[in-house]
Design a protein around this ligand. Structure first.
Ligand SMILES: [Zn+2]
Length: 437
């Protein structure tokens, strides 16, 4: 077995690892680089393999930075199988189609026509659904997907050939996630490839307390609150938490709306697979009850409303999507509130707003001057922190080769240092080069 780290070696996007065995060539994830233009430009660098030679992709989860490069591989001739869990298959279909539409239709996009809606539609025909915790054989390999928490369908993947074995963590979730069970610990293996997004941080958060104080503020100060959310996972988590709080505290309830076509599609998939979450009834009830803004008429009546009012809309980093019409509508209202409950990438309008800037510009050049308050929070992330990453390794022997990827340099360095201190003797930072297992 040989591996080569192709993406997510220097940052947290563009996940892609090449695996060569005696029987074939495979990829674990194939994601887009996302962020400022110097990062997105990495998507157009030459890839060190011929997509036609790849037999299969093992996809850990649906996020675009793990799945969004697959249509590009299709465009370049890839026609192998794509193994993933059923919820990942459905969520990835929504995410990849949305990405293809943006790349095909946005005039000024730096990756315009990188792939098309037609390329994305071929992805769907290559999916092969697998069950959690059920090993299967493919081209001489034994492969097992197990729960990684993080988002619906997310998996870690164990691959073995003869007496060699390797585990890819994928993105790992939190031990006490609102919706998803904790990740299943890493099984013993010769090699482990582990994400390290929060490899340098321990995050003790009381999500319910934070949410309660936000909702109380909106209610008591009669605010119009616009919540910028990722359409998949974050939105479903926020809707469930808010709905639960209003159910338990009816006198605190305020009107809640969601707006975003991708969010609505993701809600449907979360409802379909609610049994894979920790709170199937609460989740289903919340997603069923929430008011959706679908037609111009509903938007016209909503835009005249006064607070208290809650609107969850995308995109999470204010780079585009429906949120722009809300910001435009309430931009002169100093009592309006923008809540950014997630990571804001460098160079995004969300980052600018979180740093106190008021003038923001979207990809089409539209400028908005936001007069209202901006609240931020890092607590709602669905990534394991440093202690949870270490916890995931509890069943792994200390001489296992561990490669850290998917993290900023500082996160990887700090996590590596900690693992060495704990007695893990073979800990490395992933780099783009072939490694024999
Ligand atoms: Zn992810």
């Amino acid at each position: 077995m040989k591996i080569n780290f192709i993406g997510a070696t220097q940052d947290v996007t563009g996940s892609m690892t090449f695996l060569e065995t005696t029987t074939g060539r495979f990829l674990i994830d194939s994601g887009l680089y996302q962020g400022i233009s110097s990062v997105t430009q990495k998507n157009i660098l030459p890839i060190p393999f011929n997509p036609k030679d790849i037999n299969a992709i093992f996809l850990t989860h649906a996020h675009l930075d793990h799945s969004g490069f697959i249509p590009r591989l299709i465009k370049l001739g890839f026609r192998g199988k794509i193994f993933c869990t059923k919820p990942t298959m459905k969520l990835a279909t929504v995410i990849i189609n949305d990405s293809a539409q943006i790349l095909e239709n946005s005039e000024n996009h730096p990756l315009k026509n990188f792939y098309t809606v037609e390329d994305a539609s071929i992805v769907t025909s290559l999916f092969k659904a697998v069950d959690f915790d059920k090993p299967f054989s493919y081209m001489g390999l034994t492969v097992t997907f197990s729960h990684a928490g993080h988002i619906l369908g997310a998996s870690s993947i164990h691959i073995s050939e003869g007496d060699k074995s390797i585990v890819f963590s994928g993105d790992l979730g939190r031990q006490d996630d609102v919706l998803l069970p904790p990740p299943k610990s890493c099984p013993p293996a010769n090699v482990v490839v582990m994400e390290s997004t929060y490899g340098d941080k321990v995050r003790h958060v009381d999500l319910e307390k934070e949410m309660k104080s936000f909702l109380n503020k909106v209610k008591s100060e009669s605010r119009v609150a616009i919540v910028a959310s990722f359409a998949v996972a974050r939105a479903q988590m926020l809707i469930t938490m808010i709905h639960k709080y209003f159910q338990e505290n009816p006198s605190e309830a305020i009107p809640l709306f969601i707006d975003g076509p991708m969010m609505v599609k993701a809600n449907k998939i979360y409802r379909e697979y609610a049994s894979q979450t920790k709170s199937p009834d609460e989740l289903s009830f919340a997603l069923e009850e929430v008011d959706i803004i679908e037609h111009t008429r509903q938007w016209e009546s909503l835009r005249k409303k006064k607070g208290p009012l809650l609107i969850i809309t995308s995109s999470g980093m204010v780079t585009g999507g429906r949120i722009w019409r809300y910001l435009e509508n309430w931009q002169d209202d100093s009592n309006a509130l923008l809540f950014l409950p997630g990571y804001q990438g460098v160079g995004t309008p969300g980052k600018a707003l979180s740093e106190g800037k008021h003038n923001i510009q979207n990809e089409e050049g539209k400028i908005i001057h936001w007069s209202g308050e901006v609240l931020t929070s890092q607590s709602f992330s669905s990534h394991a922190d440093q202690s949870e990453l270490v916890e995931w390794l509890k069943d792994v022997s200390k001489d296992t080769k561990i490669f850290l990827n998917h993290g900023e340099a500082q996160s990887k360095e700090k996590l590596k240092k900690l693992l060495l201190q704990m007695g893990f003797t073979n800990c490395f930072i992933a780099e783009s080069s072939f490694i024999e297992i």
